[in-house]
Design a protein around this ligand. Sequence first.
Ligand SMILES: Nc1ncnc2c1ncn2[C@@H]1O[C@H](COP(=O)(O)OP(=O)(O)OP(=O)(O)O)[C@@H](O)[C@H]1O
Length: 314
Amino acid sequence: MTTPGAPAQQPPSIEVVGLYKKYRAHNVLEDVNLSVSPGEVYALTGPNGAGKTTLIRTVTGLAFPTRGEVRLLGRSVHKEGTRARAYLGAVVEAPARFYPQFTGTQNLMLHARLAAMAPGAQPVTRARVREVLALLELTRMAERRVAEYSLGQRQRLGVASAILAEPKVLILDEPTSGLDPLGIGLIHRIVTSMATSGCAVILSTHHLREIATYAHTVGILTGGRLVENVDLRARQAAYRFRVDDPVGAAAALERLPFVKKVSTRTPYAIAHLGGEARVPEALAHLSGVGIRVFEASPDLFDLYEYYRERVEQP
Ligand SMILES: Nc1ncnc2c1ncn2[C@@H]1O[C@H](COP(=O)(O)OP(=O)(O)OP(=O)(O)O)[C@@H](O)[C@H]1O
């Protein structure tokens, strides 16, 4: 499910194949299939009780599937656990558990020592611990006992521990729950920068409007079934121009050779340009034919509306 904007086709970092999970007679996951490429952010969403945490627990190896397989970097999580998880960073059941009597730095040093035991792992230095604490804006709290941390600070410490050993696969269960708006923005920036450096990311979330701005793919899980994989980059390839004459603007844009599709939604003319790099050319063309442009922006797909429709009528 690699999308435009994500790196070119490479073997998937995360593969979930025909996954079923039953608790007693209750099917919690049914035939879930997904794959996430290096550099891709895959957001998992769905109503309460849909099975997101169960899927994340199974993907990270904390729960066993009734049927099916999960591979991380080509290795089976449930058959080659240690090696499959060697490059995995995860927060499952947020906020992550830490020793409350130890400081943030001490807890991360402990995680660093554990991470160093993984096969082929590079040692995590004290400088790296300081770096991730700074990244998560926890420097001021670094030498305080975790017992004194707020929920949001513990949440951020969890993400710090997940990225500490520079994982190639990052899995976060509701990493922004309990965070304030700036904290949510911080987690989004960190996830984006991990993905840019080639890490494959799965995160579960209920924050649809925010996730729509940076996830490549959104998986909608309802009643244990993955009912949709929404390729967001493909849906956001359109740009909208707020103009004084939407119909005239649409006709003018249609004449450009790189424009694939145009429509109007007063006061906007909407065009699929094939990429952001074409925006200046489209603007110059519109102004050349005498159309006044007041605003140009990506025509964001309304994931919330889409989700509502899919969840109400799966
Ligand atoms: N250990 C367990 N034993 C029995 N049933 C379980 C267990 N864990 C989860 N379930 C059931 O599996 C279903 C899915 O739960 P899960 O926690 O995966 O949902 P979720 O999508 O993460 O929900 P939320 O958005 O509320 O966090 C629920 O019906 C839950 O009751």
